[in-house]
Design a protein around this ligand. Structure first.
Ligand SMILES: Nc1nc2c(ncn2[C@@H]2O[C@H](COP(=O)(O)OP(=O)(O)OP(=O)(O)O)[C@@H](O)[C@H]2O)c(=O)[nH]1
Ligand SMILES: [Mg+2]
Length: 284
């Protein structure tokens, strides 16, 4: 498969998921490292992704990026921003970047992300980075797609409370305090640490990495934290558990979409008739 074919396959996945999945069946796939980079709008996710690409490339690894464009009103310009920030990698053969809308019908992560990750694995990328905005409840879904979730926070944004509420803090495997050149970074580290101390984590204690993404500071440390977590997942057997959890979520997405489609197209005009259509439709 070359990049053009990969591009086509992704478009197929987005327009006709059934066919897309059919194309991915029985194709050998790489055991890629799948990393979710999430965090509030403007925290510096794209800048970090850009620097991580550079880091992994310099170690000879190929990198596939999925930038999930937020449909949130605060970050309307993000799409263009992402493009510009990562553009310098567009001419690199070992890097593939694809943006996709976050218009997932179930909210949060677009359903197609699951299949696009499979397409990336089939292509054989060593590392897959998925950037999503993690501002709301539904974004915790990234934890089902990625093996390692990196939560990016920045000082002064006051997002921590919001994220705590949404349960995003709990899904983070690695914390990043980006914009550490700005006032309040140390305080933010302390408050994350305090939060972690009272949480019920056992085997893996998420590290807190301070970065200045714009200057490339802390990137090596971040990459190491991601790799450490990856190794932990393998050694502890947690990787296999996460794989199964992800497959279940994927199946849930597929079935929910199918049910929704059947209901939308149902000609039934009462609950029983509609339910009958659902039952029939699911058996087809
Ligand atoms: N001072 C400072 N600015 C930074 C740092 N990292 C990123 N920025 C700036 O913060 C702004 C947002 O950066 P992005 O990388 O686009 O952030 P993002 O999280 O991807 O944003 P969205 O995709 O819109 O949610 C840009 O103007 C960056 O130059 C940092 O470490 N320090
Ligand atoms: Mg971005």
């Amino acid at each position: 498969m070359n990049y053009r074919e990969l591009s086509k396959l992704i478009t197929l996945i987005e327009t006709d998921p059934l066919m897309g999945r059919e194309n991915l069946k029985n194709v050998s796939k790489k055991n890629s490292m799948v990393v979710g980079i999430t965090g509030s709008p403007g925290a510096g996710k794209s800048t970090l992704v850009d620097k991580l690409i550079e880091h992994f490339r310099s170690n000879g690894k190929t990198v596939g990026v999925i930038a999930v464009d937020p449909s949130s009103p605060f970050s309307g310009g993000a799409f263009l921003g992402d493009r510009i920030r990562m553009k310098r990698h567009f001419t690199d053969d070992g890097v593939f970047i694809r943006s996709m809308a976050s218009r997932g019908s179930l909210g949060g992560v677009n359903d197609s992300v699951f299949d696009v990750v499979e397409a990336y694995k089939a292509y054989g990328f060593d590392v897959i980075l998925i950037e999503t905005v993690g501002a709301g409840q539904t974004e915790v879904e990234i934890a089902y797609v990625a093996q390692t979730v990196v939560l990016v926070l920045s000082p002064g944004s006051g997002d921590e409370v919001q994220m705590l509420k949404a349960g995003i803090m709990e899904i983070a495997d690695v914390f990043v305090v980006n914009k550490s050149d700005q006032l309040g970074a140390d305080a933010l580290v302390l408050s994350i640490r305090a939060m972690l101390e009272i949480s019920e984590r056992k085997e893996w204690m998420p590290p807190i990495i301070q970065t200045v993404a714009t200057m490339g500071k802390g990137i090596k440390e971040l990459a190491k934290a991601i790799e450490d977590h990856h190794n932990y997942l393998i050694k502890s057997g947690e990787m296999e558990k996460r794989r199964i959890r992800s497959e279940k979520k994927h199946a849930e997405h597929i079935m929910m979409n199918k049910i929704r489609e059947i209901i939308d197209n149902s000609r039934g005009n009462n609950l029983e008739e509609i339910m009958e259509d659902v039952k029939k439709g699911l058996c087809e």
